[in-house]
Design a binder for this molecule. Structure first.
Ligand code: T46
Length: 136
């Protein structure tokens, strides 16, 4: 199956705000089509550093910025798009076989990722030439 960045959409989740503050929730099965088997959190990224630089063979993910901001570039081998994430109200769904680079992290940025599979290094394509060869 050919995947494209057209399938990587921004999802706005419900937000409930009152005088005590705000709450957002991610309700699976209803809003997302994959089970969440893992959550990991990225934080304390030093200024000027980027992360990612890989694609996943099967993994689907929802990438959320809990605090601060960062940019994520997604590339399907043909088209690319850069998206700024800066609120827990909006998640970026990333389908398999998308090259991603996360950059421009603010000093206080906290990124939470909800993933469809447990960690498996064999699911990664960490070499860009291998990625381009795989999708061609
Ligand atoms: C992704 C982007 C958005 C684990 O042992 N378990 C885990 O669940 C994860 C995510 C990573 N690791 C190990 C693998 C490496 O030895 O932690 C180390 C750092 O991982 P990596 O260099 O892949 O981190 P990022 O920030 O470049 O990429 C991560 C995810 O790995 C990746 O799936 O899509 O965030």
């Amino acid at each position: 199956m050919k995947y494209s960045i057209e399938q990587c959409n921004l999802i706005n989740v419900p937000e409930i705000s009152d005088k005590r503050g705000s709450l957002v929730y991610y309700e699976f099965e209803k809003e997302f089509n994959f089970p969440i088997l893992r959550n990991y959190i990225i934080y304390d990224v030093p200024s000027g550093h980027s992360r990612g630089h890989h694609a996943h063979k099967k993994l689907e993910q929802l990438i959320v910025c809990l605090y601060g901001s960062f940019d994520i570039e997604i590339f399907d081998g043909t088209d690319s798009r850069e998206i700024t994430l800066n609120t827990p109200k909006t998640a970026l769904y990333v389908c398999p076989m998308i090259w991603r680079v996360m950059k421009n992290f603010s000093k206080d940025a906290v990124c939470s990722v909800l993933a469809s599979q447990k960690f498996d290094e064999n699911d990664y394509i960490r070499n860009k030439e291998d990625f381009l060869r795989t999708i061609s």
